[in-house]
Design a protein around this ligand. Structure first.
Ligand code: SF4
Ligand code: SF4
Length: 316
């Protein structure tokens, strides 16, 4: 199929991570697009939620020097107390109701205590970075992964970026919630070599409570990707103790994977707390209590998946 790549399509991107080994096979570069229609309680990348640049602040780095205060055009910064007891210190506090994420304060901070997450990039700018590591991809069976945020929220950009990777001889992988329009799926997937598809809960009502959206489109899209488009898929479960780790849900997920083809792998991704410090940096309250599961517990869930008839791996 011929496809003329448009290298000028743009998208907000919040990270391009090189030497990634958890987002598909081999050594990869993972491109994280910004903007996601889900609001998972445990979101590990809250800076990916909004499709626009956002201020992040790092309290541990701030020295309270005050250089940022006069630079803010909205008067959003003041010096105030942070911590308590022996760790009490005075730092820059940002009023998020006034901040417009302009980045003026970032430029003057000598302590790198502030940054703007996300910038608009073209397909050309991204692929120029990605192709620098082609030797590593070729030697390891790796390639480029597009993650997020939600790639389906940016179908033109992601389709063109994937096609640009193929034009460079780089294989492609997508990491997605599969929540998006069928049109977006059909635009992107002709350029995808492997799909890493999150299934956060098999029960529709619970899925909506945990993520803010129902799972109906998600499961339908996954079936379409695997069975109609015949793209190789791996089902991934971000395993959150107390939220989606019941034996019923784990077994139902394994059974669903079996409807997608022979030996479809189920990845169980152990919960972690990286999102919590990012929430603080964005001025967002944590929305759930995250319990990091033990190795032993993850092995017990793996056994459940295997006994239900699906191959299983812990981790990505
Ligand atoms: S990003 Fe802009 S508006 Fe927000 S605190 Fe910094 S200078 Fe003020
Ligand atoms: S955020 Fe940076 S510039 Fe502002 S008070 Fe802290 S260290 Fe100084």
């Amino acid at each position: 199929m011929s496809f003329e790549v448009n290298y000028d399509v743009t998208c907000p991107v919040f990270n391009i991570q090189t030497y990634s080994i958890h987002d598909g096979p081999g050594i990869r570069t993972t491109v994280f697009v910004k903007g996601c229609p889900l609001r998972c309680l445990w979101c590990a990348n809250p800076e990916s939620n909004l499709a626009k640049p956002q201020l992040m602040t790092y309290s541990s780095k701030c020295t309270g020097c005050g250089q940022c205060l006069p630079k803010c055009p909205k008067g959003a910064i003041s010096i105030g107390p942070y911590g308590e007891g022996e760790s009490l210190k005075y730092i820059a506090i940002t009023d998020r109701t006034k901040c417009v994420d302009c980045g003026a304060c970032v430029k003057v901070c000598p302590a790198e205590a502030r940054e703007i997450a996300g910038k608009t990039m073209t397909v050309r700018e991204v692929i120029d970075k990605v192709k620098k590591d082609k030797l590593f991809y070729d030697g390891s069976g790796g390639g480029m992964t597009v993650s997020g945020g939600e790639p389906l929220a940016h179908p033109d950009f992601v389709a063109n970026l994937m096609a640009a990777a193929h034009a460079e001889g780089i294989t492609t992988c997508i990491e997605t919630s599969s929540f998006g329009s069928r049109e977006a799926v059909d635009k992107i997937y002709p350029h995808v070599d492997l799909a890493l598809l999150d299934v956060k809960h098999m029960d529709n009502t619970t899925h909506e409570k945990l993520t803010g959206v129902p799972n109906t489109y998600i499961l339908e899209n996954i079936r379409h990707i695997a069975l109609d488009l015949k793209v190789p898929v791996i089902i991934r479960v971000p395993t959150m103790p107390g939220y989606n780790d019941s034996p019923e849900n784990i077994i139902a997920t394994a059974k669903f994977a079996q409807t997608l083809g022979d030996n479809v792998l189920v990845n169980l991704l152990p919960a972690h707390k990286l999102g919590e410090s990012k929430n603080e940096s964005l001025g967002i309250a944590n929305r759930c209590t995250i319990t990091v599961p033990t190795d032993e517990y993850m092995q017990s869930l793996k056994k459940l998946v295997e006994e239900a008839g699906s191959p299983c791996k812990i981790g990505g």
